[in-house]
Design a protein around this ligand. Structure first.
Ligand SMILES: Nc1ncnc2c1ncn2[C@@H]1O[C@H](COP(=O)(O)OP(=O)(O)OP(=O)(O)O)[C@@H](O)[C@H]1O
Length: 250
């Protein structure tokens, strides 16, 4: 099976400081991966590189079975290729209902003009209902999004990303600020999504990563320090020194 995303020998410096240092790793299709690492390890910069926000100084980032280079693509082109990113804070349209948020996010050829005159078609409505079921908000479809709980807003935003039909989802600290019940729901949702798409979760919360029960990549000083199951990486002496030692202070 060829990789969906391949990062090879990527480095990027900011004012002479190497935030990403010869970083290499691969993501398989339909897989779930957690990326952990201490503050400043390069997790955000890695996501910025994959999504075209930051250009590396060297290395390769290739996508899909045709090994398309992402390095010369714009952020919009990368999104269209099938890479969706969810930032930590939910950015749903609070005055719109859950239904409206999802239908606006559907991957239809739209511009402002066609949105104004957009007529809801039966297939679109069914698709929105399917998405709402997938994210656990089917009974909230008519609710104004601003009334949702923090966790529900996060799921709605994941649903809005899924509406774009991405093949890879980058999710930044999805469990932050969630109740225990919301975190469990989020775990189930991400695991379910990763059956058909790849999901990369950047996370500080070890208990949440344990629940995800997936392969873990530990970043440190812009490189991969260790990779494997959570038990494998947390037993690695170097990880204990650089990550767990410091994470205890968080
Ligand atoms: N635009 C920038 N200009 C200068 N330095 C930057 C810039 N972006 C990131 N850095 C530096 O690069 C390093 C890696 O940062 P990054 O945000 O990728 O780490 P992180 O693993 O996401 O950290 P955290 O867990 O705290 O979010 C840090 O030392 C950071 O200060």
């Amino acid at each position: 099976m060829s990789a969906l995303l391949e990062v090879a020998g990527v480095s990027v410096s900011f004012d002479g400081f190497k935030a990403i240092n010869d970083l290499s790793f691969e993501i398989d299709p339909a897989s779930l991966r957690a990326i952990i690492g201490p503050n400043g390890a390069g997790k955000t910069t890695f996501m910025d590189i994959v999504t075209g926000k930051t250009r590396p100084d060297k290395g390769r980032v290739t996508w899909g079975e045709h090994n398309i280079s992402l390095l010369r693509k714009s952020e919009a082109e990368i999104a269209r290729l099938g890479i969706g990113r969810k930032f930590q804070r939910p950015t749903v349209f609070e005055d719109q209902t859950v239904f409206e948020n999802l239908i606006m996010a559907l991957k239809n050829p739209r511009n402002t003009w066609s949105t104004l005159f957009y007529k809801r078609t039966e297939p679109d409505i069914e698709r929105v209902e399917g998405l709402a079921r997938e994210i656990g908000l089917i009974s909230e479809l008519r609710r104004r999004s601003g009334e949702l709980s923090h966790g529900q807003k996060q799921w709605l935003e994941i649903g809005m990303l899924l509406a774009q039909d991405p093949q890879l989802l980058l999710v930044d600290e999805p469990a932050a600020g969630m109740t225990v019940g919301e975190r469990e729901h989020t775990t189930r949702l991400l695991r379910e999504v990763a059956k058909t798409r790849s999901v990369i979760v950047v996370e500080h919360d070890m208990e949440f990563v344990r629940q995800l029960n997936c392969r873990v990549t530990v970043l440190h000083e812009g490189s991969v320090l260790a990779e494997g199951s959570l038990d494998h990486v947390t037993n690695d002496q170097r990880v204990i020194e650089v990550y767990l030692g410091r994470s205890g202070e968080r």
